[in-house]
Ligand binder design. Structure first.
Ligand code: UDP
Ligand code: MG
Length: 313
């Protein structure tokens, strides 16, 4: 009987320091798992350092190594999409190259899928001890918020690292949306997932590619991609303010008829106008966010552009 194959998708952006360490470790794991074949698909996401050179070196001497090199930096989401849409294995895993997703865990994950029949095994962490205070606080607020406004289940502290069966991989790739938010996509496609609580180690080399601003933008992407609640809330608040205005108008008319019309209250009127203007602009902004994402979706631009692959060697 032919051996099963596990494909490992590894997005890399300026990872010349971490890549050799990762490659060494994943090769060790592949050597230990004699009953399965492996394929390593690295995505070079427009790196400016020696990442691509290293990948070419590995691909020349190791048949299991494949790579897709993007024409520029498209982001990790595009990298994961490119990887999952090109792998051929019976199982696929997404892994960061910085060893925060320990290659050793592949053995545990594969065994769990084999023995207990899950479609997917994924890691999450209860405590983000590796994050600074601000990132930890904002992350916990974020999960509470998205839990409240989205019907798609997202496990707090979930990493993108997971081993999935082919069926699940195909469903993720079938979701061909341009604005990709994989944590939501995992939840959307469903399938039976086994969660392992695992505190990830620190990055082995190099620096994190995500600043707080980049993370904030990513969080906004997640809200717009998987919840329309902000639009509903803005419409609801609009109705409440209309009602308040209507009651106030009636009260003023009655007051004028009964007591005459003393001209007063200009400062408070100015405050109300500014307040209402602010609320309106805020909700226009929310609508604008959805509209801009729709605009990008309608244009149907490619999610990534490949410049070269191992086949060009
Ligand atoms: N990454 C990528 N493109 C980007 C940013 C990151 O392919 O634009 C890769 C990066 O090389 C790493 C993974 O995504 O393998 C996770 O990035 P990082 O470790 O910087 O994120 P963090 O763990 O700090 O959230
Ligand atoms: Mg990392």
């Amino acid at each position: 009987m032919a051996k099963e194959k596990i494909s490992i998708v590894v997005p890399c952006y300026n990872e010349e320091e971490a890549l050799p360490l990762f490659y060494k470790e994943i090769c060790k794991v592949a050597k230990d798992m004699k009953t399965v074949d492996f394929e390593f698909l690295f995505i070079n996401d427009g790196s400016k350092d020696r990442t691509l050179e290293l990948l070419k070196e590995y691909a020349k001497k190791d048949k299991r190594v494949r790579f897709i090199s993007f024409s520029r930096n498209f982001g990790k989401e595009a990298g994961m999409y490119a990887g999952l849409s090109n792998v051929v294995g019976d199982y696929a895993a997404i892994m960061d190259v910085d060893m925060q997703d320990p290659p050793e865990m592949i053995k545990v994950m594969y065994k769990l899928i084999q023995d207990e029949g899950y479609d997917c095994v994924a890691l999450y962490t209860k405590s983000h001890d590796d994050y600074g205070f601000i990132r930890k606080f904002l992350t916990s607020c974020w999960y509470k918020l998205i839990g409240a406004i989205s019907s798609i289940k997202q496990v707090p502290g979930a990493r993108d690292f997971r081993l999935m069966k082919r069926r699940m991989v195909d469903s993720i790739v079938d979701m061909g949306e341009y604005n990709r938010y994989i944590k939501g996509i995992f939840g959307y496609v469903g399938f039976e997932t086994k969660w392992i609580d695992y505190r990830s180690p620190d990055r082995v080399a190099g620096k994190s590619k995500y600043s707080l601003i980049k993370l904030f933008k990513y969080a906004m992407e997640g809200i717009v991609a998987f919840s329309t609640t902000p639009l509903v809330i803005s419409a609801f608040i609009g109705i409440i303010f209309c009602l308040i205005a209507f009651i106030a108008i009636v009260a003023i008319i009655v007051k004028t008829l009964v007591y005459g019309d003393p001209v007063s209250g200009w400062p408070s009127l100015a405050c109300i106008i500014i307040f209402m203007g602010g609320i309106q602009l805020f909700f226009f902004g929310i609508m604008g966010m959805y509209l801009s994402k729709t605009y990008l979706e309608v244009k149907k631009r490619p999610i990534y552009i490949s410049k070269e692959t191992e086949k060009d060697l």
